[in-house]
Design a protein around this ligand. Structure first.
Ligand SMILES: [Zn+2]
Length: 642
């Protein structure tokens, strides 16, 4: 039993938070700075002691980053959010500075690792690798150029994103071309004095329009407008990003940017990305053609002359198919998902599955009255594992998406893991999509808590390879699609549980199009990989080629999707990651008993072999330990073909 206690947060008022954040972060940043100085001036003689000193620095820097990144997104007081932002920036620049410190690097590169145990050796490898990847081991002139490239990439990346953000396009249509759209959408889009209605490429306009508008030409016009955002303005920015990344990789000793980027991921190398893309494309081929044939047949009932399905027809006819053939009424579905019951159900389901008890802590200070805190203990022995905070409803100034945030990264004997789930859910009835998102994000939270008891901060909780970290969450989504699981909490106002037949139809509707969706995703992954690898002179021509090779929908002439593909900056050559982790999620799920998702033996083994080790071993090893074999494509391919 450890006697660690959760962090004691201040009273929610802005002043108290400002003082707490400022003081605690200043102390932690000081500790990190002086710890690094001591490592250089009074270097301990044993490798173990050096790593322990480094771990303390890691913990100090991590504590600033974690609390500041959370409170910059959720604290109700603007002054606290701004202060948190500024402090997070200080932590980032100190981390960069340490990564480029040649004296510090000399301490680690000269260590004798022979007395270290396996996990400490692994830590040393990771630390040295990070130093090497920062460029600290290169000569002074090269280091100067690397810094220049990194700074320039930040600037160009911001310009690229800004051009996309400000590049919204508008098409003008006649009111009769709005046929098919929901009435509230039509009401919000009145015609101007000359009888034109403006429709923009922003999601709240474009998504419903491409899904519901009967007018095929108008849908096509809007698709073309969306796919020309940032074109041609962003073409030079793309060339610069690809060129600088290639140069950076080469200066650091890699053949290409994808090789540099993939080195620290499960996939391992650039070539493996190309092979993965083709493997998924093959597995998806038959299911993709099958579902597109369904779309084409339905399209021909409206347009007998149609020879193929355009990308601008896909969302519309998929929706028609779901409505006409699968009979899923979203209005009925949501009556089964009352927020309070869903939250209680989520805790009950995950508690039972992972052997956890959640104890509400009404006495724990929280940053806003809508936030609830729970202590998490292991059911088997009552051991306190950490604390979670649920901040689930929208409010002014709060983060707009759904994510798990670390509040404290767990380190055994030092500090308990704590995390916050930050979402924007309604307080009443929810969409089923929201329920799936809630299970997904809670998957990260459980991983953070259960895996947050490591010797080394570097390996705490979700600190695994970047292309693995989504897999446990993608797998937990399955519990939100299981009729038996849903029956346990999804009841309507009359107390009737959601019918299994309805859940089956929801699932079928969700799965329709997964093959051509996978092919479209591989088209995007191929863009992200090949554009980085080749930096082709003609981005438009290369885009059209890759679309013809991977997507089942033809290239729309005149468009240039990459100029508005924001992930080309954020994900770099790694857009494949979502599908990679989904393949693993499907494989992990195949080990569970489909008739009893709560089968305790499997769930406990999963918790202990995949989640509990955090990042202390390679994800491929964790998965192989759980499955009793290396992971494979079979479960994913079978799901696609179903
Ligand atoms: Zn996620």
């Amino acid at each position: 039993m450890s006697d660690l206690t959760p962090l004691s947060l201040p009273a929610p008022e802005g002043q108290a938070y400002l003082a707490w954040l400022t003081d605690s972060c200043a102390a932690a940043l000081d500790a990190a700075r002086s710890g690094a100085d001591r490592l250089k001036t009074e270097t301990p003689s044993s490798a173990q002691a050096v790593l322990e000193a480094w771990n303390d620095i890691d913990i100090a820097l991590g504590s600033v980053a974690a609390r500041c990144e959370l409170f910059s997104e959720v604290h109700p007081d603007l002054a606290v959010r701004e202060q948190a932002d500024a402090l997070a920036q200080q932590a980032r620049s100190l981390a960069t500075q340490l990564g480029l410190d040649t004296e510090l690097y000399a301490v680690f590169s000269g260590l004798d690792a022979s007395d270290l145990d396996a996990e400490a050796s692994r830590l040393l490898e990771h630390v040295v690798r990070s130093f090497r990847r920062s460029g600290v081991a290169t000569d002074e002139q090269t280091r100067a150029r690397i810094t220049e490239i990194r700074d320039r990439l930040t600037v160009v990346g911001q310009q690229f994103a800004k051009t996309i953000r400000e590049g919204t396009r508008t098409i003008r249509v006649r009111p009769e071309q709005l046929d098919g759209l929901p009435q509230d959408w039509i009401d919000a889009h009145p015609a101007d004095d000359e009888g034109w209605v403006s429709v923009t490429t922003d999601y709240p306009d474009a998504l419903p329009f491409r899904t519901f508008a009967h007018d095929a030409q108008a849908r096509r016009d809007l698709s073309i407008a969306s796919l020309t955002i940032g074109y041609p303005d962003n073409v030079p920015a793309l060339h610069e990003i690809f060129g600088l990344r290639a140069e950076l990789a080469q200066l650091l000793g890699y053949a290409s940017w994808p090789d540099y980027d993939a080195e620290v991921k499960m996939i391992g190398s650039g070539d493996a990305i190309a092979a993965f893309i083709d493997k998924i494309a093959d597995a998806a081929d038959a299911p993709a053609h099958r579902d597109v044939a369904v779309l084409l047949e339905r399209l021909r009932r409206d347009h007998p002359e149609a020879e193929r399905v355009e990308s601008s027809d896909a969302a519309y006819y998929a929706e028609v198919h779901r409505r006409e053939e699968l009979d899923v009424d979203a209005q009925v579905v949501r009556t089964y998902f009352d927020f309070a019951k869903v939250r209680a159900g989520l805790l009950k389901v995950t508690g039972r599955l992972f052997g956890l008890t959640y104890t509400p802590r009404a006495d724990a200070p929280v940053w806003h009255e809508a936030v609830t805190a729970y202590d998490v203990t292991r059911m088997a022995d009552g051991e306190l594992l950490g604390r979670i905070y649920l901040d689930l409803h929208p409010r002014e100034g709060k983060f707009k998406h759904a994510a798990q945030f670390t509040l404290v990264g767990g380190v055994s004997q030092v500090q308990l893991p704590e995390g916050a789930l930050v979402c924007n859910l309604p307080t009443g009835l929810m969409e089923h999509d929201d329920v799936v998102t809630l299970f997904h994000e809670f998957g990260h939270l459980v991983h953070h808590l259960v895996g947050g008891h490591q010797r080394w901060a570097e390996f705490s909780g979700v600190a695994t390879e970047w292309d693995f970290v989504e897999a446990p969450s993608q797998m937990l989504e399955e519990w939100a699609w299981d009729a038996d699981v849903l029956r346990s909490f999804a009841t309507n106002a009359a107390g009737e549980p959601i019918p299994a037949a309805l859940v089956a139809r929801m699932r079928e509707a969700e799965d329709f199009g997964k093959g051509y969706f996978a092919r479209t995703q591989m088209f995007y992954a191929a863009l992200s990989y090949y554009l980085h690898l080749e930096n082709p002179d003609d981005v438009v021509a290369r885009t059209a080629e890759l679309q013809a090779r991977y997507s089942l929908f033809p290239y729309l002439p005149g468009t240039c999707m990459p100029t508005s593909f924001g992930h080309l900056d954020g994900y770099g050559s790694g857009y494949y990651t979502y599908m990679w982790s989904l393949v693993i999620a499907k494989d992990l799920f195949s080990a569970f008993n489909a008739d009893d998702l709560f089968d305790e033996r499997v769930a406990t083994r999963y918790r202990d072999t995949v989640l509990a080790p955090g990042g202390s071993r390679d994800a491929a090893d964790l998965v192989a330990t759980f499955l009793g074999r290396p992971f494979s494509f079979d479960a994913y391919a079978a799901w696609l073909a179903r």
